[in-house]
Design a protein around this ligand. Structure first.
Ligand code: ADP
Ligand code: ZN
Length: 711
């Protein structure tokens, strides 16, 4: 049987081998057994029932909770040449009759249904009469759990399938792995005899990075600059912030759309549809955006605010990289996040027990942020999965983490809280530590505190980081009865009494280039600069075909397939057929068109205009010309001349572009202006300033002067 399954895998889906548990699951289900499949997002659940559907005689009924998902799946199957249909509320009565007719004729292999539709008595008796059901697949099976977030009462009624169709095997699938949900699925769907297939929940293609929040927007820009042209999600906590960030990104030349519960249904649906159908859009969203996002080529998920738990973090970041290609999970987190969430949690409704659980979840999330070990190991350990070795694919593994003995300064910080009466915010506490005699300090007499000025050896930023870490560790807390100042907790006593020491993570040095805190990422290497042109041509063809067929681009070919074409450079249809993701049907339909693109497009240099745009973005994000040159793999001189041009067009200011000491800048300007009449060319001055600044700096200064003089 497995030979046959492999043939279907190759001929229909165009893949060479099964992944993980797929083969075992397919064997079990195709031979008539029940199965419960727990597999992470992107693990390849669909094939677990689609291949058996083609191996078994008759109709496979797939229960799925979301209309958008069903339509996607049906479109994907039809593109593969597999007759499939979906019945849902958006379908006209005529179309429904047509589907019923085709079902009776045995023409349809997979039928997608919403659960409420399936359990209608009319539907059930129709299927019984049909007497051809080969398999039931229950997708998103965790929706049966009342404890989960996605509970759907209709799912409870799916239990009756066991009784009504005792001969028909059932497979339930979910990406939610916890014990309790698993037990509930078994119980409520009567899957006691189902074999359970539990996969690792690791998402190896996701690169995790968590950076301290300094200037979040700039940091975000620098991160996004590595993802030009990629689709991704930026999560924010509030609707207001979603709107602001979406506007900001648009103004910076990134195509961004807002998504939150405050938008009208139509607009939300519209934005979601665009996100799925177009390429390279960024969705800025609250967590209202999520379930039902099956877009496989989401290349990054960025968090500008802290999720409430590791469960939420795992789920939200997990929307990246379903297609298995390198993807990034990036988060900026700071003191305000911690304070805000702590505050929200303490003031939330609900009983004490519930709050305690929430608090624990937040602690775990905070601990991950301040973690010094491999992030993936810690994340998986939280879900009871052991990763024996550090992953080598997260910021901590790649950059290494420095720690330092923070016992002394931590005591000073705690003592500043205590001595000032446990009621002031971090700003004031830092003023005390740094010995700043401002009005507020004087009026409170805080200049007389023993800790006043004790912390001068550290910068304001360092103190801020320290306070964040103290709060994150639960040594200090927000005072809700007062004005939200900091107060001590029980947990800090041993430290204050000198019984324990404290070891903290050292934040990566906040260099001028916040670019560095965007860090190297997984996905930025997806397509190399010299490949970009052909990659874009392949994508353009895909987009055109997708429009003609009225489906999202990834339904024509997933990114992985395009990438393999790009790297493999097939010359003939036969070579094309060896590429993963190209089955017989797609080869016949699209093979030649893609071959044409591959064969006639010489790899030309990247259009300069794009590059200039990128330079502007990066410099606005705070990167230096040298760093930009590295990022774009071009010469520094080139970067300077593009910068000069941007300065001339007043797209960036001289201050943004360069970091020059004021007097040196003045000196250069004077040199240009020395002679009356036209400005001398930069080259004329390069001898004079050689050794002090690169010649490119002169281009920029000159361009700025020209622009000024022209006004
Ligand atoms: P899930 O439903 O578990 O999130 P999907 O079924 O959507 O995952 O599969 C994720 C991606 O992986 C899809 O693009 C799918 O085509 C691809 N895929 C699944 N199984 C294989 C395989 N055996 N070989 C190659 N690609 C696969
Ligand atoms: Zn790691």
């Amino acid at each position: 049987m497995i030979d046959q399954a492999l043939r279907i895998l190759k001929d229909v889906f165009g893949y060479d081998a099964f992944r993980g548990n797929q083969a075992r699951i397919i064997e079990r289900v195709a031979s008539g057994g029940d199965a419960l499949v727990l597999m992470p997002t992107g693990g390849g659940k669909s094939l677990c029932y689609q291949v058996p559907a083609l191996l078994r005689e008759g109709l496979t009924v797939v229960v799925s909770p979301l209309i958008a998902l069903m339509e996607d799946q049906v479109a994907t199957l039809e593109e593969l040449g597999v007759p499939a249909a979906a019945l849902n509320s958006t379908i006209s009565p005529e179309a429904q009759r047509d589907i019923a007719y085709r079902l009776e004729q045995g023409e349809i292999r997979l039928l997608y249904l919403a659960p409420e539709r399936l359990v209608q008595p009319r539907m059930l008796s129709f299927l019984q009469r049909l007497n051809k059901v080969a398999l039931f697949a229950i997708d998103e099976a965790h929706c049966v759990s009342q404890w989960g977030h996605d509970f759907r009462p209709e799912y409870l009624q799916l239990g009756q399938l066991a009784e009504l169709f005792p001969e028909v095997p059932r497979i339930a699938l979910t990406a939610t792995a916890d014990m309790r949900t698993r037990e509930e699925i078994v119980q409520r769907l009567y899957l006691q005899d189902a074999e359970q297939f539990l996969s690792s929940f690791d998402r190896p293609n996701i690169f995790y990075r968590i950076v301290p929040k300094e200037q979040p927007r700039k940091q975000l820009l620098a991160f996004l600059a590595q993802h030009r042209g990629d689709a991704g999600i930026v999560y924010c906590m509030s609707r207001k912030k979603v709107e602001e960030v979406a506007d900001y990104l648009s103004s910076q030349g990134f195509p961004a759309l807002p998504y939150h519960a405050g938008l009208s249904n139509e607009l939300r649906a519209f934005n979601q549809k665009r996100f799925l159908n177009e390429e390279g859009l960024i969705m800025v969203a609250t967590i209202a955006f999520g379930m039902g996002i099956d877009k496989p080529n989401v290349r990054f998920v960025a968090h500008l605010d802290l999720p409430k738990s590791l469960e939420a973090y795992y789920q939200e970041t997990g929307r990246a990289g379903r297609d298995g290609l390198p993807s990034d999970a990036w988060m900026a987190y700071g003191l305000q996040d911690v304070l805000l969430l702590r505050q929200m949690m303490q003031s939330s409704e609900g009983d004490e027990r519930h709050k305690r659980v929430e608090r624990h979840k937040l602690e775990a999330m905070l601990a991950l942020c301040e973690e010094i070990r491999c992030r993936r190991q810690v994340l998986l350990a939280y879900f009871d999965e052991e990763l024996p070795e550090p992953c080598g694919h997260c910021d901590n593994c790649v950059d290494g983490v420095e720690t330092w003995d923070a016992t002394e300064p931590a005591r000073q910080a705690l003592s500043a809280i205590y001595r000032s009466g446990q009621r002031y915010g971090v700003g004031h506490l830092i003023d005390i530590l740094l010995g700043r005699e401002n009005d507020k300090i004087r009026s409170l007499g805080h200049q007389r505190l023993a800790v006043f000025g004790l912390g001068k050896a550290r910068t304001e930023d360092e103190w801020r980081t320290l306070f964040r870490q103290l709060v994150a560790r639960g040594l200090a807390d927000v005072d809700l009865d007062g004005f939200g100042g900091l107060r001590l907790t029980e947990a800090c006593r041993p430290l204050l009494r000198g019984e324990v020491r404290i070891e903290l993570r050292r934040d990566a040095k906040p260099q001028r280039a916040r670019g560095s805190s965007a860090g190297p990422s997984a996905a930025s290497q997806l397509v190399r600069a010299e490949e970009r042109q052909q990659w874009e041509s392949l994508r353009a063809l895909r987009r055109q075909l997708a429009e003609e067929h009225g489906v999202p681009p990834y339904v024509i070919f997933p990114d992985a397939t395009l990438l393999e074409m790009l790297r493999g450079q097939p010359r003939t249809l036969q070579e094309m057929s060896r590429i993963s993701g190209i089955g017989a049907r797609k080869l016949e339909r699209y093979g030649q068109a893609f071959l044409d693109v591959l064969n006639d497009a010489p790899t030309a240099p990247e259009p300069v205009a794009d590059m200039r745009h990128e330079v502007v973005t990066l410099v606005r994000a705070g990167m230096t010309p040298a760093q930009i040159a590295r990022q774009l793999s071009c010469s520094e001189k080139n970067v300077y001349s593009m910068l000069a041009e941007a300065i001339g067009k007043q797209q960036v200011s001289l201050e943004q572009a360069l970091e020059l000491p004021e007097d040196l800048l003045g000196e250069i300007q004077d040199a240009f202006l020395e002679e009356d009449g036209a400005l001398p060319p930069a080259a004329a001055l390069s001898g004079r300033f050689s050794g002090q600044v690169p010649e490119g700096v002169l281009y920029c200064v000159r361009a700025a002067l020209m622009a000024e003089l022209a006004e």
